[in-house]
Design a protein around this ligand. Structure first.
Ligand SMILES: Nc1ncnc2c1ncn2[C@@H]1O[C@H](COP(=O)(O)OP(=O)(O)OP(=O)(O)O)[C@@H](O)[C@H]1O
Ligand SMILES: O=P(O)(O)O[C@@H]1[C@H](O)[C@H](O)[C@@H](OP(=O)(O)O)[C@H](OP(=O)(O)O)[C@H]1O
Length: 319
């Protein structure tokens, strides 16, 4: 029997009377093909990605397995709708803590309509995306008494300090408490695993020029402190890389320093961030900064390096 996934943390949801994904409880996640070409684009991506012999198996394992499509009754009651049959990546976990991190300082894709670009640009600017190169789209954290699953509106309003706190709560046994500091009990196991996966993904992204992943998320999850896992989701806006590195994605996950980063290094690195962080006046200005020039890009990616990795590295190894 198909039902709305209880562990879904972001995106369109079936249980809100809308067209959303369904799960069968046996490891399959059925994602309906979304309107306006988004669904068909995502399907094209899955087909080409899983038939591309140049993709290493290890890298493929960071994507939900793809089993084709099937016509199913849409969750919005609109009749039969084609669904992609995917691996339910959290299907075998009992109490998964899950966080969806939308990667990229820019979440729109080239050739989108001006209206769409404006909408995304505004969101990227109002959230932490432009500052950090990623934002949290949604999450749930398990706790002995239930779940911490903040509403979308609250998550959208997260500033940098909220992001830091949330990444700590994600690996804590007391995420619901506002009275005491998150205990970060699971930090080294969870983020230890996640950092290893991100490093592997990063080295692939440093070389691959086939795809540009616009508005794709990294889903990170663990089951009550198990070794952290990583999967990429949402490929409705993956475009041809045209032999250019995906700087926008890489900028969100890139790392300057990993283990053993000292306070001094941390300080120097944040100084550098201050000095080199680009300030975007408007969209055109921002576009010109995301140039395909490799050296210039290095400057930009360096400016966002003290972000995701540094956050989680700090949490893992300084607590
Ligand atoms: N293969 C999967 N297995 C398990 N859960 C998944 C899978 N794919 C997506 N999810 C869950 O669904 C959420 C939304 O996924 P996704 O971004 O693909 O949906 P969407 O409706 O296209 O989102 P958006 O509205 O941002 O475009 C994720 O945050 C995650 O919780
Ligand atoms: O790219 P698409 O397919 O147009 O889908 C939108 C996109 O995934 C945005 O990231 C999402 O905003 P958030 O990440 O901010 O949730 C938005 O939700 P919204 O319509 O509720 O703004 C979606 O409609």
């Amino acid at each position: 029997m198909l039902k709305a996934p209880v562990h879904q943390v972001a995106g369109h949801k079936a249980n809100e009377g809308k067209l959303g994904p369904l799960v069968d409880g046996s490891g399959r996640f059925y994602k309906p093909l979304q309107s306006n070409g988004r669904g068909s684009e995502e399907l094209v991506f899955y087909k080409s990605f899983f038939s591309d012999p140049t993709i290493p198996d290890r890298i493929r394992s960071y994507f939900p397995a793809f089993y084709g499509t099937k016509e199913l009754e849409g969750s919005d009651g609109s009749g039969l709708v084609p669904h992609m049959i995917l691996e339910d990546v959290v299907g075998n976990l009992i109490d998964p803590s899950v966080i969806d991190i939308k990667i990229g300082a820019r979440t729109w894709y080239p050739h989108a309509s001006a209206e769409y670009i404006e909408k995304c640009f505004k969101k990227d600017k109002e959230t932490v995306s432009q500052q950090l190169g990623f934002r949290i789209s949604g999450l749930q954290v398990h706790n002995t008494t239930g779940w911490w699953k903040p509403a979308k509106k609250l998550v959208h309003g997260f500033g940098i300090e909220d992001v830091k706190l949330t990444l700590k709560k994600f690996v804590s046994s007391n995420p619901c408490s506002n009275m005491v500091e998150p205990d970060c009990l699971f930090a080294s196991t969870v983020y230890g695993g996640i950092l290893e996966h991100l490093l592997e993904l990063k080295s692939w992204f440093e070389n691959q020029t086939t795809f540009h992943f616009c508005s794709t998320s990294i889903l990170m999850f663990h089951d009550k402190g198990s070794v952290g896992e990583v999967k990429l989701v949402d490929f409705a806006h993956v475009v041809d890389g045209q032999s250019v590195i995906d700087h926008n994605f890489l900028g969100g996950v890139v790392v300057e320093r990993f283990y053993g980063m000292s306070e001094a290094d941390d300080h120097r690195s944040s100084q550098r961030v201050k000095e080199s962080r680009p300030v975007y006046r408007d969209r055109a200005d921002f576009c010109s900064c995301i140039s395909i020039d490799k050296d210039r890009h290095r400057l930009i990616t360096r400016s966002v390096t003290a972000t995701f990795h540094n956050f989680i590295t700090n949490i893992s190894f300084k607590t």
